[in-house]
Design a protein around this ligand. Structure first.
Ligand code: ADP
Length: 172
């Protein structure tokens, strides 16, 4: 039986922290499905398609990696895709409580699916999509936190947003 893990998240955008979890996960599992959660309450910076393309571009030849999206309950999607494991990354202690709650809730919903955690690499301890966006928005260097193509996409995205807001200001 092949061991398939679902690695769920927002990936808005993909960081080296995510890349590391995927790389290391591929040593443990036969296949990883990166599941981009479609969350109606969060407005992402990057569209779903942009996020899919960014992840694929980081693993161009990896046949054991699939990128997909899901809506609704994670355990329902995991069951549907025959995943035995939910893979999550852990950084600081601050991740712990939320992750514990979620893992317990998911186990109540379906106790045949196990949540497994991988500790972040030391060098990725402070890397988060949120922080990367904050820094890149103001022109800061994020080349150590995200792959080159993601950095380019961030620069382009904030450029477009700046031009749009400049256009609105000059109309006023
Ligand atoms: P979510 O909104 O579900 O937290 P993210 O895209 O932020 O989605 O994260 C997806 C998963 O990747 C989570 O398990 C998160 O803990 C993990 N992760 C994010 N950044 C890092 C990092 N720097 N090192 C290890 N794991 C990480």
């Amino acid at each position: 039986m092949s061991r398939i893990a679902i690695y769920p998240g927002s990936f808005d955008p993909l960081t080296y922290g995510h890349v590391s979890i995927i790389d290391r996960g591929l040593h443990v599992f036969d296949k990883i499905i990166v599941g981009i959660a479609i969350n109606v309450r969060k407005t992402p910076l990057f569209s779903t398609q942009e996020r899919i393309d960014m992840i694929r571009a980081s693993f161009p030849d990896e046949t054991r990696l699939e990128v997909d999206t899901f809506e609704g309950l994670l355990v329902d999607y995991a069951r549907q895709r025959n995943c035995q494991v939910i893979l999550r990354g852990l950084r600081a202690v601050s991740d712990f409580e939320y992750e514990l709650q979620m893992a317990n809730m998911n186990r109540k919903l379906d106790d045949t699916i196990e949540t497994m955690f991988m500790m972040t690499e030391e060098s990725h301890f402070y890397v988060s999509s949120g922080l990367v966006k904050e820094v890149a928005r103001f022109g800061g260097d994020v080349s150590e936190q995200v792959p080159d193509h993601v950095e380019e996409a961030l620069v382009a995205k904030f450029e477009v947003m700046k031009n749009e807001s400049d256009a609105i200001t000059s109309e006023e």
